[in-house]
Write a protein that binds this ligand. Structure first.
Ligand code: UD1
Ligand code: MG
Length: 457
């Protein structure tokens, strides 16, 4: 195998996206398009990866970090001009360079590997990854001669009516002999409708020099989608979503309605977990085995144990144990730690709280900035009063405590081990171990009250 290099084109603004966000940073299934491309490329053995940055250079660099080298394209004069910027890293080197656009997020490592192999087998100077698609509008067309050999690529905007009928398109991914590439780039002109230096023109230049130029047509035309606008972005999302769902199902996850289940690219799910419709699982979420998630549940970057049930609820940046039962209609806000066998019932909000093993808040509670021990029972309607308008304070509820319904625990406050808080209490002082705290007005019954009222009439 020869040396292999990769150039990723990611300097464009993405005018057709009509967005403040630079095109290659638009997410598909929660991950920026250019990151998808890099994730696939790094599965291959590549000596050097150079990403061409320009618009949003810093943000792209922050996203990709040290997964790539970078070359700055100060002015976006076209895709050929973009590749030229990689010359400091690559010019003169022997080997094969793959060029991939940062706006083709669906391309797979396997397809790139097949392209490399095809290119190396035919000892070509250039190999274009092509695909036949139903609607080629907007793509560069592959022009072949009478023998069926590739002659050149014509951009949609420069194409004649006849050429526009061709449905074999340039996917924007190519392999080049590295030295031949940089020599040919110098010869590219910008004499075209867009006044840009087109990378596809390298094909015609090499062909005219009598070099071997080939095409590798992939059957996986869905992979080659180039995202130039929001319509294509939604299409990419749909295809990627289906790919992700299929992978989870093949791994033993039941997805009741894949068309209605939204799982982002980096999510992990264990075997025999069942995902019900309307569920979104996002970010770095990691779900264990035999869980039931959904319907209509949003989980973002939570680690969840085994055999946990989360119904009609939302959970963010938290850790949730095994055999936990959450929902319906619960809200787990960031930095919460919910240990095994906990029950969080309907209309309960948890924020930045630890919930010890076997504890319960079954209905209508707010527990924020709190440390709840083991086997605690928090009665219906009880809340932690954690905020005085300026600062947040901690509530500690130790093991085995029973909080009666509708209690206010005004923080900072500690309810010690095994104690009871009577229903309707507003607790402002610490409660000692195994005590009963009652903090509510004494009940007064006025006997005969109604009778007196009636006499007055
Ligand atoms: C390009 C190809 C077209 C192909 C299509 C596949 C050219 C001229 N045309 O068209 O044949 O069918 O991709 O999706 O190459 N970029 C830069 N610097 C620039 C210009 C672009 O880095 O000066 C980057 C963009 O950020 C983008 C990629 O190159 O990631 C492709 O540019 P784009 O404008 O999307 O080209 P297409 O019109 O899609
Ligand atoms: Mg494009």
């Amino acid at each position: 195998m020869s040396n292999r290099y990769a150039v990723i084109l990611a300097a464009g603004q993405g005018t057709r996206m009509k967005s403040k966000l630079y095109k290659v940073l638009h997410p598909v299934c929660g991950k920026p398009m250019v990151q998808h491309v890099v994730d696939q490329i790094t599965k291959l053995t590549i000596n050097e990866i150079v990403t061409i940055i320009g618009h949003g250079a810093e943000m792209v660099q922050t996203q990709l970090g040290d997964q790539s080298l970078y070359a700055l394209q100060k002015e976006q004069l076209g895709t050929a001009h973009a590749v030229m910027q990689a010359q400091d890293s690559l010019m003169g080197k022997e080997g094969v360079t793959i060029v991939v656009c940062g706006d083709t997020p669906l391309i797979k490592a396997e397809t790139m590997e097949s392209l490399f192999k095809h290119h190396e087998k035919l000892k070509a100077k250039a190999t274009i990854l092509t695909a036949k698609i139903d609607n080629p509008t907007g793509y560069g067309r592959i022009i072949r001669n009478q023998e069926g050999l590739v002659e050149k690529i014509v951009e949609h905007k420069d194409a004649t009516e006849e050429e526009r009928k061709i449905n074999e398109i340039n996917t924007g991914t190519y392999c080049f002999d590295n030295q031949a590439l940089f020599e040919a780039l110098n010869k590219v002109s910008n004499d075209n409708v867009q006044g840009e230096y087109y990378l596809p023109d390298v094909i015609e230049i090499l062909k005219k020099q009598g070099e071997v130029v080939t095409a590798y047509q992939t059957e996986e035309f869905e992979e080659t989608l180039g995202v130039n606008d929001r319509v294509a972005l939604a299409e990419a999302e749909r295809i990627m979503r289906s790919r992700i769902n299929v992978a989870h199902m093949r791994n033993g996850v039941t997805i009741i309605d894949p068309a209605n289940t939204y799982i982002e690219a980096d999510v992990e799910i264990g075997q025999d977990t069942v995902i019900y419709p309307g569920t979104m699982i996002k970010g770095q979420a990691k779900i264990g085995t035999e869980c039931i998630i959904g319907p209509n549940t949003e989980i973002d970057t939570c680690e969840i144990g085994d055999e946990t049930v989360i119904r009609q609820s939302a959970a963010f940046n938290s850790s949730i144990g095994s055999h936990v039962n959450i929902g319906p209609f619960a809200h787990i806000r960031p930095e919460s730690t919910i240990l095994d066998e906990v029950k969080i019932g309907n209309f309960v909000e948890i924020k930045k709280a630890v919930f010890g093993k076997g504890s319960k808040a079954s209905h209508l509670s707010y527990i924020g900035d709190a440390e709840v021990g083991r086997d605690v029972n928090i009665g219906c309607g009880s809340i932690t009063v954690n905020y005085d308008g300026k600062n947040k304070f901690l509530t500690k509820i130790e093991d085995g405590v029973f909080i009666g319904c509708n209690s206010n625990l005004v923080a900072p406050v500690t309810i010690k081990k095994g104690s009871y808080v009577a229903a309707g209490s507003t607790i402002t002082k610490n409660v000692p171990e195994e005590a009963l705290a009652i903090a509510r007005a004494k009940q007064l019954n006025k006997e005969g009250y109604v009778q007196k009222l009636n006499l007055k009439k």
